[in-house]
Design a protein around this ligand. Structure first.
Ligand code: NAP
Length: 258
């Protein structure tokens, strides 16, 4: 189904764990050239590169803290120097960044959450655009930008997660703007919007709270990272989604009817 991913140059930000790593494994299984990214070089990130190479991909790790614009630029330079270009960008790095009610939000939290979820995706995409444009021109197929949004960006988020939810809504919306600016260049923009997925993202919650959340989901459980990964592959594949852009695909076990 994803045959056209073979040889595709795919950069996945925030991919040393969780959904990013699961997506990287799927792309590697289909023979893609996969760039992994995280803030630190660790034994785990290097082991992940080995794993992806064994799965049939060609993988490399690129350290960069994407809350900083100059590191976003450095990441794109490093990836494109290594693989000779870029066909698919997945903006997945992100996170809650702290839980505070409105009356406790200060400039530091505001800046951190926006840098982590909004600035990172914007700056990485900005520096990726010339390479994606080139990819579409040379291949005759669309290039693809996929960003990880969130159910929180659609329904406001839990109490204390308002900044996070708003930063994801910001991401959902700016994609619509990029569709207007870059469709003529053969670049598609889509959002994967997970609900509640079993990753380190939920490590701050008690087992009781996790149980209550699971019970509130029509499917009665958290999603797995493997259940999200194919949606990234779908949007990356020109054969699967070449006429789809500007969309948000919810992966949430029925948690919300958008
Ligand atoms: P995760 O398991 O915590 O993984 C987060 C990844 O992002 C890690 O690889 C981490 O690597 C990297 N990362 C964090 N900060 C970074 C930075 N400043 N620069 C570069 N990389 C950074 O998270 P996840 O749950 O899979 O989340 C992935 C995405 O899905 C996030 O955007 C999150 O907001 C979104 N999301 C998650 C859920 C959920 O229920 N899990 C729901 C909706 C949306 P290092 O630690 O090595 O830097």
């Amino acid at each position: 189904m994803f045959e056209d991913l073979r040889g595709k140059r795919v950069l996945i930000t925030g991919s040393t764990a969780g959904m990013g790593l699961a997506a990287a494994r799927l792309f590697a299984q289909h023979g893609a050239k996969v760039g992994l990214n995280g803030r630190r070089v660790t034994p785990e990130s290097l082991a992940a590169v080995d794993e992806l190479n064994k799965l049939g991909g060609e993988a490399a790790f690129f350290q960069a803290d994407l809350t900083k614009s100059d590191e976003c630029e450095r990441l794109i330079d490093a990836y494109t120097s290594h693989f000779g270009g870029l066909d698919v960008l997945i903006n997945n790095a992100g996170g809650l960044g702290g839980r505070k009610g409105l009356e406790s939000i200060d400039d530091a939290l505001f800046d951190h959450v926006m840098n982590l979820n909004a600035r990172s995706a914007l700056m990485v995409t900005k520096y990726a655009i010339p390479h994606l444009r080139q990819s579409a021109k040379e291949s005759g197929q669309t290039a693809s930008v996929i960003s990880t949004g969130s159910i929180a960006g659609r329904e406001g988020g839990g109490i204390g997660a308002g900044m996070y939810a708003a930063s994801k809504a910001w991401l959902h919306d700016i994609h619509r703007n990029w569709v207007k600016e870059f469709t003529k260049d053969g670049i598609r923009f889509n959002i994967v919007s997970p609900g509640t997925i079993d990753t380190a993202f939920h490590d701050d919650k008690s087992d009781d709270l996790k149980g209550n959340i699971a019970n509130s989901i029509p499917m009665g459980r958290f999603g797995t990272i493997e259940e999200v990964a194919p949606t990234f592959a779908f949007f990356a594949s020109h054969a699967c989604s070449g006429y789809i852009t500007g969309q948000i695909l919810d992966v949430n076990g029925g948690q919300i009817a958008p």
